[in-house]
Write a protein that binds this ligand. Structure first.
Ligand code: NAG
Ligand code: NAG
Length: 138
């Protein structure tokens, strides 16, 4: 996309996330809601990235792509503690949460966020034990 949009700016974010092409690419708004996307609703939850509201369309996407669950939804570990929960579909799609992170993950859980991001860009799995794997030591 040739638009120079900073999605961290509220007014630009509202414009950007309401673009039909962006919603299509994100598999968002698949039910053609009768109102436009906005940052907040009257609910008490994080309406931007709710857990179930994220997992459900992801499961639908995996189903549409004929991907089976290859790693069940289970904890991943960071510094000997639960870093969050993660699942994988096929070897194509992964979903991970960061424990105690709320909405602003790098702000609230900097170390866990860096760990998750570092493994993601290397294409490595999140550790499913408290012991570092041989791969993690490279
Ligand atoms: C959903 O898509 C419809 C167009 O199909 C659009 O009018 C509406 O604003 C969108 N709603 C949200 C919440 O994105
Ligand atoms: C951890 O993940 C590896 C693959 O990365 C798998 O072989 C192993 O069974 C998993 N262990 C547990 C306890 O889930």
């Amino acid at each position: 996309m040739n638009l120079r949009v900073d999605v961290f700016m509220s007014y630009e974010r509202c414009f950007y996330f309401n673009l039909p092409d962006v919603q299509k690419a994100l598999h968002a708004n698949r039910t053609n809601l009768p109102y436009s996307w906005s940052m907040c609703s009257d609910g008490g939850q994080d309406s931007v990235l709710p857990l179930l509201g994220s997992r459900t369309p992801l499961q639908e996407l995996a189903h549409d792509l004929y991907l089976k669950i290859t790693v069940p939804y289970e904890p991943w570990f960071h510094k000997g503690q639960v870093g969050g929960w993660a699942t994988e579909y096929g070897n194509l799609l992964a979903f991970a949460t960061v424990r105690g992170a709320a909405h602003m993950v790098p702000f609230a859980q900097l170390s866990s966020a860096l760990h998750l991001f570092s493994l993601f860009v290397r294409g490595w799995r999140l550790p499913n034990t408290t012991h570092p794997s041989i791969d993690e030591c490279k």
